[in-house]
Design a protein around this ligand. Structure first.
Ligand code: 3HC
Ligand code: NAI
Length: 720
């Protein structure tokens, strides 16, 4: 847990040792408390160096202990005793010093960091504030404005930035521990008063008051209903206005308001869900830790439209060579300029002189893909076109090339079977804009090999994506659930709501953007094309079929009617909202839309009613979760956690609410079931509101916690 040794005669070296990240679990806290006491009371020891094993100082509190009854000694008295000591204590920081790890380092009198180290207070991402003095010591060290930014965002800083800010005293390229020991020998006997951060008064000027006020306003606006960032500002206000001891009391009171909150639970759930998503397995027994990915040096991207451009930028930024293929010159020119522009802006932001354009080849010829290791196809969402392309790719590419499709919902198996290398075909479903959005659904069909899945997941990780392995079905996980969410939103408009009202409720719930704003941003024609291809609109529909009825259930033609009028969203200047010009970004409620909805309702004899905010949330989020249970039952997602990761990283679901499945668990499965039954009774023509069998069984089983749900899946179809 921690080791004690003596070096250079008078220096005590304390090494934290709790792999993989030296988290401060109860046993670690107990051990360091004991050995720090020993070092501080041993007359032969003149100075102490604190470091971590395996190149990591400390990643903070053990997150697995949150929510359990407290045990072991607290950090605050340990840090206090260390700081109060008359012997200099030097932190030798390698790897990371995060959360409680940085709080320990701030209790040391000096801090030496390796050039590659990162430091920060990510507690806010876990629904907390730094709770062992960090919110009181950091502002005393670097001032209110800088501390406010770091603590409210959870941003980590490099060693170089930490040096500039004054968080560390020295940055070293070589051996950090040896340097810290030499440093400690040098400072023995020097006065320590000015090195004790708790003894300092943060300069509290009128400016600081204004900074805190502005900070609070900014944080409230960005927090989308999350409490922790707001509480962080309150803790900083205490640091700025109260003596240290009273500030510490306030910090304790504030963290106690958060520690058992539902938001903290949700955020901590997200932390582990994101990490567990990497641990995929297939029915064959192949797993993330026994399957070898192929090396990928050169990638072909086919189609340089919205998605192909973002994918190309992501690949090049990760240092991977790309051969980008278009079918026509004009698109190639547009695509090429867009890619180069994005890379140029990115290089400028990072202060690089030249973007890595040498990694790029643009071509109109598929033949140039002969030597690539992997292809990502991003042409129009048209099965016939994609099949043709995959057949051609088989002839052009070397036999070992992986063929991946970025389809947003077409059958990946149907593409695999037209190739002679079914095992090398997987979906790599990126999200727009692909160079920004973190999510990557890796779609695995029955033919996909473990090697192909491992390669796609590893490539995703190199691109900085959060990969989730999912099974093959229309829309996979994310878009399959999204369809039902959209349907509910359209139905709410039919029943009396306005787009901006629905969006406001969803944004107050915490979504990054309301569903209608998202739809305008993506373009209404995207779904229109899919509905045409799936026979919901167009010549295949029997002319006698009522407009609001398709394939045996309720259907809303509202988005089709907008598309027919050329109202495609931002790109056309009009969609669910009005924009100043085509391509405009600022949505304004559109009086013409309100008239259009009134006319629509009277045409179909629909009496508008007031739609309450809670109905918007319940119908949208419970419909999604209900489909999530079906997805679990069918084995399209391996875990409820995976579904939640998909929604948090790909669909702007508020992280502090965990994801649609976790949210359903927090609301209570029995409540969700009862509300779905209620809505299904009111709307029997919407089969997706009928509670799924898995949800019913879970409620009968007493609503077990999320990670036990899989045990209640009856006939595991086992895609995954
Ligand atoms: N507690 C428990 N487990 C932790 C942990 C922590 N603080 N930090 C990481 N882990 C676990 C991960 O779950 C993962 O476990 P797994 O292998 O079983 O999936 C393993 O350590 C490795 O983590 P990563 O996969 O994330 O490894 P990376 O190298 O990509 O990242 C990291 C390392 C930067 C340290 C990253 O894990 C991280 O950001 N950890 C969280 C740090 C944090 O939030 N600290 C604050 C805690 S709250 C606190 O300290 C309160 C204080 O104010 C009192
Ligand atoms: P897009 O219409 O913007 O671009 C498609 C591009 O492919 C065009 O530039 C076209 O010229 C090119 N193309 C068509 N046939 C080609 C061929 N045979 N060879 C070379 N190039 C060819 O389409 P977008 O939006 O980029 O979508 C591409 C794919 O990504 C689709 O399958 C779509 O469903 C999927 N997708 C789209 C998302 C979005 O938000 N737009 C999100 C996730 C997936």
């Amino acid at each position: 847990m921690a080791r004690y040794s003596r070096t250079e005669g008078t220096i005590a070296l304390i090494t934290l040792s709790n792999p993989p990240v030296n988290a401060l679990g109860a046993a670690v806290r107990r051990t360091i408390t004991d050995i720090m006491h020993r070092a501080l009371t041993d007359g032969e020891v003149k100075a102490v160096v604190l470091c971590g094993e395996n190149g990591t100082f400390c990643a903070g509190a053990d997150i697995r202990e949150f929510g359990k009854p407290p045990s072991g000694p607290a950090l605050v008295p340990l840090i206090h005793d260390m700081e109060a000591s008359e012997k200099p204590v030097v932190a030798a920081i390698e790897g990371v010093a995060l959360g409680g790890g940085l709080e320990i380092a701030l209790g040391c009198h000096y801090r030496i960091a390796h050039a590659k180290a990162r430091l920060g207070f990510p507690e806010v991402m876990l629904g907390l504030i730094p709770g062992a003095g960090g919110s009181q010591r950091l502002p005393r060290l670097i001032g209110i404005p800088a501390a406010l930014e770091l603590i409210t965002t959870g941003r980590l800083v490099s060693a170089q930035e930490a040096l500039k800010l004054g968080i560390v005293d020295q940055v070293v390229d070589g051996n950090t521990i040896e340097t810290a020991v030499k440093f400690a020998l040098n400072v023995i006997g020097r006065p320590l008063l000015s090195r004790r951060l708790s003894e300092r008064t943060p300069a509290f000027s009128v400016d600081a008051a204004a900074v805190l006020e502005e900070g609070m306003a900014r944080v409230k606006q960005r927090a989308r209903g999350a409490f922790a960032p707001v509480v962080c500002v309150q803790a900083l206000r205490a640091a700025a206005t109260l003596p240290y001891s009273r500030g510490m009391e306030t910090e304790e009171q504030l963290i106690n308001t958060l520690i058992d909150s539902s938001q903290a639970r949700a955020l901590q759930y997200c932390f582990f869900a994101q990490r567990n998503a990497r641990k995929w397995s297939l029915p064959s027994g192949a797993r993330w830790n026994n399957s070898k990915p192929r090396a990928v040096h050169r990638v072909g991207v086919v189609g340089l439209g919205t998605m192909g451009r973002g994918i190309t930028v992501s690949l090049v930024k990760a240092g991977i060579s790309v051969v980008a293929v278009e079918m026509e010159e004009k698109q190639m020119d547009l695509g090429m300029r867009a890619v180069l522009g994005m890379l140029e802006r990115d290089a400028q932001r990072r202060g690089d002189t030249r973007p890595p354009t040498h990694l790029l080849t643009f071509t109109l010829s598929l033949q140039q893909l002969g030597n690539v290791d992997l292809v990502i196809e991003a042409v129009f969402e048209d099965m016939a076109l994609k099949k043709c392309l995959f057949t051609e790719l088989c002839n052009v590419c070397k036999p070992s090339t992986l063929l991946c499709t970025n389809t947003s919902g077409l059958d990946v198996d149907a593409l695999a079977v037209v190739t002679h290398r079914r095992s090398l075909v997987v979906g790599m479903h990126f999200f727009a804009p692909a160079n920004v959005m973190k999510l990557l659904e890796v779609v695995c069909g029955p033919h996909s090999s473990a090697e192909a899945v491992a390669t796609a997941m590893t490539l995703g990780k190199r691109l900085g994506k959060v990969g989730v392995v999912v099974g093959n079905c229309p829309g996979f996980v994310g878009n399959r659930m999204m369809k039902l969410y959209l349907d509910q939103a359209y139905f709410l408009l039919e029943e009396g709501a306005a787009p901006e009202q629905v969006d406001q409720v969803l944004e107050e719930f915490g979504f990054t953007m309301g569903i209608f704003k998202v739809s305008d941003l993506s373009g209404l024609d995207v779904g229109w094309r899919v509905r045409k291809a799936s026979g919901l609109i167009g010549p295949d529909v029997n002319p006698k079929t009522p407009s609001r009825w398709r394939q045996g259930c309720r259907y809303s033609p509202l988005p089709d009617l907008l598309c027919e009028q050329g109202h495609l969203g931002q790109k056309s200047g009009r969609g669910w909202y009005l924009y100043e010009t085509p391509g405009g970004k600022e949505p304004k409620p559109d009086p013409a839309m309100h008239r259009f909805l009134q006319e629509y309702r009277s045409r179909y004899g629909l009496t508008p009613r007031h739609v309450h905010a809670h109905e918007v949330i319940e119908r949208c989020t419970y419909a999604m979760a209900n489909e999530g249970f079906r997805i679990l039952e069918e084995g399209i997602a391996a875990r409820a956690e995976d579904i939640d990761v998909i929604y948090v990283f790909g669909y702007g679901w508020p992280r502090h609410r965990g994801g649609p499945m976790f949210h359903a668990a927090q609301v209570g499965l029995a409540t969700v079931l009862q509300r779905l039954e209620h809505y299904h009774q009111l709307h029997p023509d919407v089969p997706h509101l009928q509670p799924s069998p898995l949800l019913q069984r879970l409620v009968e089983a007493g609503s077990p916690p999320v990670h036990h749900w899989r045990e209640h899946v009856q006939h595991l179809h086992s895609y995954l």
